[in-house]
Design a protein around this ligand. Structure first.
Ligand code: WT7
Length: 653
């Protein structure tokens, strides 16, 4: 099929199973895949034909998905309202709640006694929750929140470790029609504080602590640090008990969850609020190119439709699968593909509380063996870290039940891809390298079980999704040429706005190339129409798959009394993908020293969380700047890489 863009959108014939560049999926998997079943139902014999239909009739496709994977309290009137771009609306007029689809309908149907969640603690204890159990727990948590005044439209901040209560709390909040704002349990006081304030949360849910590497993460201390600075705002801190160690409870503000839950009436059923499709569902903060917190807003209808659809077709979820996504529910991967997607599809999943290498680097594979995991979805940084320990460790475990693998968060380097494929998947399990973002809510570019794979490529857009690679001028980039990755049409699970700042939403995502959503990634497309994501083009650094803004790191440095000015850049790192390197101009009276360097690294870790601790700090007398005084990070980067300063791609920084 002809395409107006520079690189082909479709492939001629490479699917004869012989092209040396491709890794082909087992025929058996293709035959029985959910996506082939759907293609056949629609009268097509290949994914490619199905895809072409889906992008020619995206509204028919999404409407079909919206009736197939979720139940509505009241039907929608319109699939897509695009009358006020870029403020798109999906499934308008429909009434829905994801908790009905993830919990209520299963707990009151044939999946009632099916195990929904197997939780393994770092110490090795396992807890199982059926769909019926989850209904009881979610009702109880929702009743507790209601007793504390939480109601429709409120924002509740959640700051917990990877415990079942994190999943339960999120579901309970959404059950009441309130919005969760989950802050990852590895973040520090500052990050938590700014998110509580931006979202105006009156209620915060935290824990006494979390277990990680056999050490206690002091969640409550950090929460106190954040909440004490927002004393006029936060009325209630609900504390989930996990470690049982001593913590301070602030009288009149802090209450134990288990004590609240034991009060009379908390075991009663709690109604699931009927929401409009476009009512807000949650906020999730992410790093952008400025230091200000950026609360991405997702809504009730379109989000759940695309999450369920993508999980069904990409990871091919079948009733007897045991699915394991190793992410934290505090990130978008966990929101979409731990908390909501698997439960909507009535799946059984594993959540592991702790560190991958505790007590030894075989821990993950032992979890996979113990529960008969069939699908693992993880991040390149974890693959690289576990690869370092060699093939002998995974070889000790029975991984024969695995049938599909997944990757997300950053480009996966071909070496790690091949190791994952050969040693973990035993050359039997295709790798779903899913490209998406907190903003997109769900997969956008991804293989499916029928796709011939190339290590390092996310292959092609999902059904109903149209992407492109454009030049700065908005022209199609040529085959194999670097350009800006864009999405050409609205999609159901897209962010709706940046909380409280619609102008910033427009400016950040829709102004660079008018009419297109710009993702902030550079990419290229090859002769087969396969996408290769190269990395960020803005001031965002991906460290171990975590997204960090240079501005946030710089402002953390400048908050130290010794620092006058700072610049942060990302440089390639074998394990982390990228690592943060910083340049610091000291204030008068301070001298460079190893001690000061260590102190500054620690300071950033304390301000932002351990993920952000810089790899290096160089003390410099000056920084390269534009005439208007903006730091030229790309010049710093070029120097650090030993490249000519003018020789970087014009897309950089
Ligand atoms: C950025 C989004 C989506 C959940 C986790 C990350 C990078 C993500 C891939 C992939 C290459 C990837 C991009 C993107 N990214 N997945 N499969 N291949 N790059 O969400 O923190 O919002 O980050 O992660 O740069 O823009 P996020």
């Amino acid at each position: 099929m002809a395409d107006r863009t520079g690189a082909p959108n479709t492939v001629e014939h490479f699917d004869d199973g012989t092209h040396p560049e491709f890794y082909y999926p087992p025929q058996e998997l293709v035959e029985h895949s959910n996506v082939m079943a759907y293609a056949r139902e629609k009268g097509y014999s290949t994914f490619e034909e199905l895809y072409q239909w889906s992008i020619q009739h995206p509204q028919d496709f999404w409407s079909d998905m919206a009736t197939r994977f979720v139940d509505w309290y009241a039907p929608y009137q319109q699939v897509l309202d695009d009358s006020n771009p870029p403020f798109f609306k999906w499934f308008t007029g429909g009434k829905i709640n994801v908790v009905h689809n993830a919990i209520d309908r299963h707990a009151n149907g044939p999946n009632r006694d099916k195990v929904a969640l197997i939780w393994e603690s770092e110490q090795g204890e396992a807890k199982r929750y059926t769909y019926a159990d989850l209904e009881v727990e979610v009702n109880r948590f929702a009743n507790v929140l209601k007793s504390q005044g939480v109601k429709k439209g409120d924002r509740v901040t959640v700051y917990l470790s990877r415990v079942p209560e994190l999943v339960i709390a999120m579901l309970a909040i959404v059950k009441l029609g309130a919005m969760h704002s989950v802050v990852y349990g590895g973040f520090s006081i500052d990050a938590l504080h700014s998110r509580i304030v931006d979202g105006q949360s009156r209620v915060v849910i935290t824990g006494d602590g979390g277990w990680m590497n056999n050490k206690i993460v002091e969640l409550k201390n950090i929460t106190d640090g954040a909440v004490d600075r927002a004393a006029d705002l936060v009325e209630r801190v609900i504390v989930v008990r996990r470690t049982g160690h001593d913590i301070a409870m602030h009288a009149g503000r802090d209450l134990w969850y288990h004590e609240l839950a034991a009060r009379p009436g908390m075991d009663a059923p709690c109604a699931t609020e009927q929401m409009d499709a476009e009512d807000p569902m949650f906020l999730l903060y992410t790093s952008g190119s400025t230091g200000a917190p950026k609360g991405l807003l997702h809504t009730c209808g379109g989000y759940q439709v695309q999450v369920a659809t993508t999980l069904h077709f990409t990871f091919d979820i079948k009733p007897d699968d045991v699915y394991w996504c190793t992410a934290d529910p505090g990130w978008i991967t966990g929101h979409s593909y731990i908390v909501y997607g698997p439960l909507m599809l009535g799946a059984t999943q594993v959540i592991y509380e702790g560190a991958p290498s505790y007590p030894d680097p075989g821990r993950w594979w032992s979890v996979a063996e113990k529960y008969g995991v069939t699908i693992i979805y993880t991040a390149p940084t974890a693959v690289r870290a576990l690869m370092r320990f060699g093939d002998a460790i995974p070889a000790k475990y029975d991984l024969s039940k695995l049938r599909l693998l997944g990757s997300v968060g950053e480009p996966i380097n071909p070496e790690a891809w091949r190791w994952y494929y050969r040693v973990i998947g035993q050359e039997r399990c295709p790798i779903m390298d899913t490209w998406w973002q907190t903003e997109t809510g769900a997969f956008m570019i991804t293989p499916n079980p029928t796709t011939p794979l190339k290590p390092g490529s996310g292959t092609k857009p999902f059904l109903g999704i149209e992407c492109d690679v454009l030049t700065e001028e908005g022209k199609p980039a040529g085959q194999d040429d670097d350009g800006l990755l864009v999405v050409k049409k609205p999609w159901p699970s897209m962010l709706r706005t940046i909380y409280g700042d619609p102008e910033r939403y427009k400016e950040t995502y829709w102004s660079r190339l008018p009419g297109f959503y710009t993702a902030g990634d550079a990419a290229r497309r090859d002769e087969h129409g396969y996408y290769w994501v190269i990395g960020r083009i803005d001031d965002v650094i991906k460290v171990s798959g975590y997204r960090l803004g240079t501005a946030e790191v710089e402002s953390a440095l400048v908050s130290h009394p010794a620092v006058a000015e700072a610049a942060a850049i990302g440089l390639p790192h074998e394990l982390k993908g990228n690592a943060i390197h910083t340049f610091v101009i000291l204030r008068q009276g301070f001298e460079p020293s190893d001690d000061l360097e260590n102190e500054l690294r620690k300071h950033v870790g304390k301000e932002m969380g351990p993920i952000a601790r810089p790899e290096s700090i160089s003390f410099v007398p000056g920084l390269p700047k534009t005439r208007s005084g903006k730091i030229m990070r790309r010049v710093l980067k070029a120097r650090a890489l030993g490249l000519p300063e003018g020789d970087l791609s014009t897309l950089e920084g």
